[in-house]
Design a protein around this ligand. Structure first.
Ligand code: F6R
Length: 242
C-alpha cells in the first residue's frame, strides 16, 4: 500500500522522508536500517546527521545493509557505493564499522559474494528500507526484466542506467561499470517498511508505472504495489504524471 506525499522542494522531501525514518528510530530499539545511495537520499542522510549531532540520536547498536555496489571497482574507489555511504552518512554518525554492510563488488567469486550477502541480510529483519527509483523503474540495481522473486545477485546495468550515472564518472559512460551486485526484489520486499524518495521530471514516468501501472517486471518498482507499507515522497515534477 502506498502513502504518497508530494512536496515543493528537495529540502521538504528530505525532511518528510526523515520523519518516517525518525519514527522508526524513536519507536524501535536498535532497528536494522536498509540504506540506498544516489542523489535521492542525500538530504535524508543530512537530516540524520543533524539529528545525531543536535539530539544525540545514536547508531552505536544499529546494523545497516545497503542495497547495492558496482562490480569491478575497489571499495575505496571514489565512486564506489561504500565510499558514497561513508562520505554522505557513516563518517558523521556513530555507527560502528563492523555493523555496516555494503555488498562487495570486487571479490573474485561474485556469485559467492552475492549468496553470502543474501544470507547475512536474511538473518536480520530490516525495519525500514530507504529507496530511490531509476528513470527506467529500477529499484536497487534490479533493472527491467529482473524477476520479482530475485534475491541478491549480479546484474548487468542497462545503457539507460549507465548513461544516467555517467555524470559521476567524468560524464564518460565507458568508465561506468557494466555490472553491479544488488539485493533482489524479493530481498527488498522483506523489509517491514519502505520509504521511497523521487524528485525531478525524469522520474515521473517510473513513479507512474510503480503506482498506477500494471505489476510487471518491465517496471521493477511496480512490485511495491504488493508491499504493505510504502511511503513515497515526491516533488511536484516526479508526481506530475500521477
Ligand atoms: C542506489 C540504488 C539506485 C538508485 C536509483 C536512483 O543504491 O539502488 O536504485 O536509488 O538509481 O538514483 P538517484 O537517486 O541518483 O536518482
Amino acid at each position: 500500500m502506498f502513502n504518497v506525499i508530494v512536496k515543493d522542494t528537495y529540502e521538504e522531501v528530505s525532511a518528510e522522508a526523515f520523519k518516517v525514518m525518525k519514527g522508526v528510530l524513536d519507536s524501535q530499539k536498535d532497528p536494522v536500517l536498509g540504506l540506498a545511495t544516489g542523489s535521492s537520499p542525500v538530504g535524508l542522510y543530512q537530516e540524520m546527521i543533524k539529528d545525531h549531532k543536535e539530539n544525540g540520536t545514536s547508531y552505536k547498536n544499529i546494523i545497516t545493509f545497503n542495497l547495492d555496489e558496482y562490480c569491478g571497482i575497489p571499495r575505496d574507489h571514489e565512486q564506489s557505493y561504500w565510499t558514497f555511504m561513508h562520505e554522505n552518512l557513516f563518517n558523521f554518525i556513530d555507527c560502528p564499522e563492523e555493523n555496516i554492510h555494503v555488498p562487495q563488488g570486487n571479490l573474485a567469486d561474485e556469485e559467492k559474494a552475492a549468496a553470502d550477502y543474501e544470507a547475512a541480510l536474511a538473518s536480520h529483519e530490516v525495519a525500514i528500507q530507504v529507496l530511490g527509483i531509476g528513470s527506467d523503474g529500477h529499484i536497487a540495481f534490479n533493472e527491467p526484466g529482473c524477476p520479482f522473486d530475485s534475491v541478491t545477485h549480479i546484474m548487468p546495468l542497462t545503457e539507460q542506467t549507465r548513461s544516467d550515472n555517467a555524470r559521476f564518472f567524468d560524464g564518460d559512460i565507458n568508465q561506468v561499470p557494466k555490472t553491479a551486485i544488488t539485493q533482489g526484489l524479493a530481498s527488498i520486499m522483506r523489509a517491514k517498511k519502505i520509504v521511497l524518495i523521487a524528485t525531478g521530471a525524469n522520474k515521473a514516468e517510473a513513479v507512474k508505472g510503480m503506482i498506477n501501472g500494471p505489476k510487471t517486471t518491465d517496471c521493477p518498482a511496480s512490485i511495491l504495489q504488493d508491499h504493505a507499507d510504502v511511503t513515497v515522497v515526491l516533488d511536484k515534477a516526479a508526481a506530475s504524471l500521477l
